[in-house]
Ligand binder design. Structure first.
Ligand code: G6Q
Length: 546
């Protein structure tokens, strides 16, 4: 059993926090000229500087002790060896098998999962190449150049984020579109702009029962059939799913289905057949490079000692803020326009995985679990929410991500971008004292009265933490590493909080409730019992729509 009151390591962390809480990072840097070297890790073409955090050796050692007390390394091995660690759904958790480039057997119920994974990868290779080359064409013989992914949540966010991140690798004549929201606008905005003869629809749904995806897919199917006839469907629709029965019921030939399995969680599925649009856009070789990058991170995570293990370090520091400083939020700010959708992707990964309150021993937690995550691309967000990061009433730890080399080295753009990301980390950490503000204002020739009126507003308390992650360049390999790094960070925190990071009953509740209300909105059910707020909203909207 685990609970903060029961844990020796947790109590030790509370003690360490008691004496460390007020320590200023500025002083730590001053006292130790080797601090940056000490608190950074280089791995492959990734570099993590975590020195701008409220930590010292005592803190880190106490955090490592918590990881050991929670038997973290055994739990990592349990995941990698196919044990059913998703206990509420009695499933293994094997997104790592999808990118197991060493092809070492991984057994679930005594059955090696690798041959089936490799078989689907081969089928993906053949199909994506045929589409790219134009040997698999539409019904009228035209090349399929509009690729539309219809999916939501885990069946949308990963493929969307990655295709945007890898835009420099797109085949020139191919365009990718995404329909996710049930809002008819999502369909309309895509269908109004494409030619059915040149369009491939990818229906991506693990369960093939999600109302948004199936409704969108039916609308697209009708649009295609209206234009080209029923016979065209097999040349314009493919399915990515675990549910062959529902795929067939929908009217997609099983030959056009690319399978994955229940050991792949939706938000961990971009490495599976769900990545089809990625493979078509950037080519299967680049898709494989992404798998290789993730595999490299997997091996690092599995093998590196805790104090050198990037996902473990990030997870422990995140927990330190969440549970000891009581900061329940963090920001991810990639300084790369191609990574603009990474925060949205990570929001699902982190918040759907660790937004839980019941422990693996069926108890209510007595500590905070998953933090809220927000973010956006730098430098844009410097001009929006960064004010709160610098002077808001609570700190928000930030992950800065920057590639050293840009795909678009135009003039001095990238140098300015780099200067900005580094300046932000430095400013957040150092802050600006009143004395510094006064000196600056004096130098600018301000009067005593003007200085008095301004000095408090222009000072910054500093001591605001950040990690800086530097990639050599944003390519498929480093993107794979980066995403796998966050997946494992989230996993480690789930282990430390003793929760199941791999179910999502909250998402399922929403799906069910919407199905209950739909007949009322459609006018086929009346008088269903609701709270008065929901009932009056239903009536109000129905009145207006009449
Ligand atoms: C992810 C979640 C959720 C899921 C969507 C779509 O981990 O389970 O976001 O991906 O609800 O589900 P389907 O792929 O089954 O349509």
């Amino acid at each position: 059993m685990f609970g903060k009151t029961k844990s020796k390591a947790w109590k030790q962390l509370e003690k360490v926090y008691g004496s460390f809480a007020k320590t200023q990072m500025k002083d730590l840097f001053h006292d130790d000229p080797k601090r940056a070297e000490k608190y950074s890790v280089a791995f492959d073409n990734m570099f993590l500087d975590y020195s701008k955090n409220r930590i010292d050796d005592k803190v880190m050692n106490a955090l490592y002790a918590l990881a050991e007390e929670r038997h973290l390394q055994d739990k990592i091995k349990a995941m990698f060896s196919g044990q059913k660690i998703n206990q509420t759904e009695n499933r293994a958790v094997l997104h790592i098998a999808l990118r197991n480039r060493a092809n070492k057997p991984i057994y679930v119920d005594g059955h090696d999962v690798m041959p089936q994974i490799n078989k689907v990868l081969e089928k993906m290779r053949d199909f994506s190449e045929a589409v790219r080359l134009g040997t698999f064409t539409g019904y009228t013989g035209k090349k399929l150049t509009n690729i539309v992914n219809i999916g939501i949540g885990g069946s949308d966010l990963g493929p969307y984020m990655v295709t945007q991140a890898l835009k420099p690798y797109w085949q020139k004549d191919i365009k990718c579109y995404f329909i996710s929201n049930i809002d008819g606008t999502s369909c309309a905005e895509v269908l109004n702009n494409i030619d059915p003869e040149k369009t491939l629809f990818i229906v991506a749904s693990k369960t093939f029962t999600t109302i948004e995806t199936l409704t969108n897919a039916r609308t697209c199917r009708k649009w295609l059939v209206d234009a080209l006839g029923e016979h065209a469907v097999s040349k314009h629709f493919i399915a990515l799913s675990t549910n062959q029965t529902e795929v067939e019921k929908f009217g997609i030939d099983p030959d056009n289905m690319f399978e994955f399995w229940d050991f792949v969680g939706g938000r961990y599925s971009m490495w599976s057949a769900i990545g089809m649009i990625i493979a078509i856009a950037v080519g299967f070789k680049n898709f494989e490079r992404m798998l290789e990058g993730a595999h490299a991170m997997d091996q690092h995570f599995l093998q590196a000692e805790l104090p050198h293990n990037i996902p473990v370090i990030l997870a422990l520091i995140g927990l330190w803020y969440n549970n000891f400083y009581n900061i329940h939020r963090y920001a991810v700010v990639p300084y790369d326009q191609y990574l603009q959708y990474l925060p949205a992707y990570l929001q699902q990964l982190d918040m759907e995985s660790n937004g839980k309150t019941i422990t693996l021993d069926h108890k209510m937690v007595d500590y905070a679990t998953g933090p809220a995550l927000f973010g956006g691309a730098g430098t844009n967000v410097q001009h929006s929410f960064f004010q709160l990061l610098h002077q808001g009433s609570e700190s928000v730890p930030v992950d800065f991500i920057i590639p050293a080399i840009s795909h678009n080295e135009i003039g001095n753009h990238h140098q300015i971008l780099i200067s900005n990301v580094l300046a932000q980390g430095e400013a957040l950490m150092k802050g600006k004292t009143e004395a510094e503000v006064v000196a600056e204002l004096q130098k600018a020739g301000k009067s005593e009265a003007q200085i008095d009126a301004l000095k408090k507003y222009k000072s910054f308390d500093g001591n605001r933490p950040s990690n800086t992650i530097v990639l050599k360049k944003l390519d498929p390999y480093s993107l794979g590493m980066l995403v796998a790094m966050y997946e494992h960070k989230v996993f480690v925190q789930g282990v430390l909080w003793n929760i199941n990071s791999f179910d999502q009953f909250g998402v399922e509740l929403g799906k069910q409730m919407a199905l209950n209300i739909l007949p009322e909105i459609q006018g086929t059910a009346f008088g269903v019992e609701h709270d008065s707020s929901t009932a009056s909203l239903i009536n109000y909207i129905k009145r207006i729509r009449k």
